[in-house]
Design a protein around this ligand. Structure first.
Ligand SMILES: Nc1ncnc2c1ncn2[C@@H]1O[C@H](COP(=O)(O)OP(=O)(O)OP(=O)(O)O)[C@@H](O)[C@H]1O
Ligand SMILES: [Mg+2]
Length: 343
């Protein structure tokens, strides 16, 4: 388990102090894939680097498996760090070394014999499906392959935690998918706890179980990925969620005056969010009959998040004001989230 308690990090710069991380407390359970998302400068890298104390907090404690890393002496810290692997956006491989040598690098002081190291490296390369590249150099590999090497290297000392700082940000969507699939596989087979930074909600959606949203050095919202998608609270969270559910494009259609989404005085445009098996469509036709309102589905989508479906519908409702209120109330009572977008 990783537990950050009131960690703070301030950097001095010419234009004044930058509160990169400002009083953040966070618990990450063992074996979780935990996503940390935020815009550039939010403090994500500073925060993740405090988990292995690459960045020492000015205040607060960093507990990993019950031990406060800020209290450890250098030798102990070095030992502890071996159990926390890390990968980066730009892979950070050593260009002058072969792939084999890159992966072997963290093992040079491990006490293993040469042949044990070779054996271990071969196993790691096979795990990331790069056995055939052992004697190549980094500049002979694609970005995705380089990240696989970096992952193998990060796993050399059998860590229990893997920190990923924008590990897929330099990769195209297809390669991103394959790296995320690899991380998922490693999570399942090695029981790794993975902390993953990204600025793409799609990455969170694909892989994470829990997510924290960071802004200006603080965590503004956190929870299960499904719950955050179903019911984002903070403005920035809504923005991230909308960016991957197409709701942003729908909103811009509305703003652009798209005919179908304009409302007459007796009309309302509502957005429904529901767990897809709660059968919102049947519900709509039911309330339509019951309260004598017309309901037109303008747009609909179903996402699968953390293995569970999440549906969204944009519906134009037309009727008497009191009837519309009752219809919307009835929908809400059926556990469907209703937001009035236009009225
Ligand atoms: N070593 C440093 N010295 C001074 N300021 C720093 C240092 N490291 C980070 N900062 C500042 O702290 C803030 C948070 O930086 P950080 O790198 O943690 O953000 P980030 O969320 O990882 O951003 P990005 O998405 O661009 O990687 C920024 O304003 C940054 O300029
Ligand atoms: Mg960063």
């Amino acid at each position: 388990m990783i537990e950050l308690n009131h960690v703070t990090k301030t950097f001095a710069s010419k234009s004044g102090n930058v509160h990169a991380v400002n009083d953040v407390s966070l618990t990450i359970d063992t074996g979780t894939i935990f996503g940390l998302i935020g815009y550039s400068g939010a403090g994500k890298s500073t925060l993740i680097r405090m988990i292995n104390l690459l960045e020492k907090p000015d205040r607060g404690s960093v507990m990993v498996d019950g031990e406060d890393l800020t209290k450890l002496r250098n030798v102990e810290l070095r030992k502890k760090r071996q159990k926390i692997g890390m990968i980066f956006q730009h892979f950070n491989l050593m260009e002058a070394l072969t792939i084999q040598q890159n992966v072997a690098f963290p093992l040079r002081k491990s006490g293993l014999t040469k042949s044990q190291i070779t054996q271990k490296v071969n196993a790691l390369l096979s795990l990331v499906e790069l056995s055939d590249k052992a004697d190549s150099y980094p500049n002979q590999l694609s970005g995705g392959q380089k990240q696989r090497v970096a992952i193998a290297r990060a796993l050399a000392n059998d860590p229990t935690i893997l920190l990923c700082d924008e590990a897929t940000s330099a990769l195209d969507p297809q390669t991103t998918e394959s790296i995320l699939a690899l991380l998922k596989k490693l999570h399942a087979s090695l029981g790794l706890t993975i902390v993953l930074i990204t600025h793409q909600m799609s990455v969170i959606k694909t892989i994470a179980k829990k997510v924290a949203i960071m802004e200006n050095g603080r965590i503004v919202e956190q929870g299960d990925v499904y719950d955050i998608f179903a019911s984002p609270k903070a403005q920035i969270t809504k923005k991230f969620v909308d960016s991957t559910t197409q709701m942003a494009s729908i909103t811009s259609l509305i703003d652009a005056g798209y005919e179908l989404m304009q409302c007459d005085p007796n009309e309302q445009l509502i957005q429904l969010t529901y767990i897809a098996d709660s059968a919102a469509q049947a519900l709509i036709s039911k309330v339509s009959r019951q309260f004598d309102v017309d309901c037109n589905i303008v747009f609909g989508t179903v996402e699968v998040i953390d293995g569970k479906p999440l549906g969204q519908l944009i519906v134009k409702v037309n009727g008497k004001s009191a009837d519309m209120v009752e219809a919307i109330d009835t929908i809400r009572q059926a556990n469907v989230k209703v937001e009035v977008i236009r009225s």
